[in-house]
Design a protein around this ligand. Structure first.
Ligand SMILES: CC(C)(COP(=O)(O)OP(=O)(O)OC[C@H]1O[C@@H](n2cnc3c(N)ncnc32)[C@H](O)[C@@H]1OP(=O)(O)O)[C@@H](O)C(=O)NCCC(=O)NCCS
Length: 165
């Protein structure tokens, strides 16, 4: 592999972030979004993040090939030290350890920011995502049955949690 760098995302990265995500919106149950985000929806999403809720990109030889984020887990104030993580690689870059690098970086950022725990909400069939989170110390705390419906069938969600504070 060439030179891999993880850095804070900027607005210039949003088209690449959205393109990576749109592939999974259209072809996978790893996200329960069913319609691609528009450019302005992606810009609103980014603006809603900020210093306590970072968005990162993995750059390989100057190209965005993955991204990660720590988002608010819940809008109510008392949930303020809990975040939900996302990690998405360009589909031709899976299984090369890059997801691990992005998630390890997000965990370090969560600690540095002072968050208390991270939640991963993962479709139960997504073996790679479950394995990735387990490898980084996340523990399954819930299995919600048939809470999603995509591609004509019901889907279960696993919640995994990692304490950081
Ligand atoms: C999930 C995802 C981020 C994982 O990143 P990745 O770079 O492919 O994973 P890594 O290569 O870092 O592997 C992490 C661990 O998961 C395991 N793993 C990876 N793919 C796997 C698979 N398909 N089945 C089972 N385990 C798998 C690896 O073996 C590794 O564990 P190990 O080091 O003990 O061997 C990536 O595959 C992806 O973008 N998937 C689609 C989007 C998605 O599901 N995102 C998660 C939503 S939060």
């Amino acid at each position: 592999m060439g030179n891999l760098l993880i850095r804070d995302a900027t607005t210039a990265d949003l088209p690449a972030i959205n393109a990576i995500y749109t592939h999974y919106v259209l072809h996978s149950t790893c996200t329960y979004q069913t319609e691609p985000s528009t450019g302005s929806e992606r810009a609103e999403w980014f603006a809603a993040h900020g210093p306590k809720h970072p968005v990162t990109v993995a750059m390989l030889d100057g190209e965005v090939i993955g991204w990660g984020s720590l988002s608010k887990f819940h809008p109510r104030a008392a949930y303020g030290n809990t975040v939900e993580d996302s990690v998405y690689l360009r589909h031709d870059r899976q299984g090369q350890g890059i997801g691990s690098l992005l998630l390890a970086d997000l965990i370090a950022r969560a600690k540095a920011i002072g968050h208390h725990c991270i939640i991963g909400g993962i479709d139960a069939e997504q073996k790679a995502s479950v394995a990735l989170h387990a490898k980084h110390g996340f523990v399954q705390v819930a299995h919600l049955r048939e809470v999603g419906f995509k591609f004509g069938r019901w889907l279960d969600v696993i919640w995994m949690q990692r304490m950081v504070g």
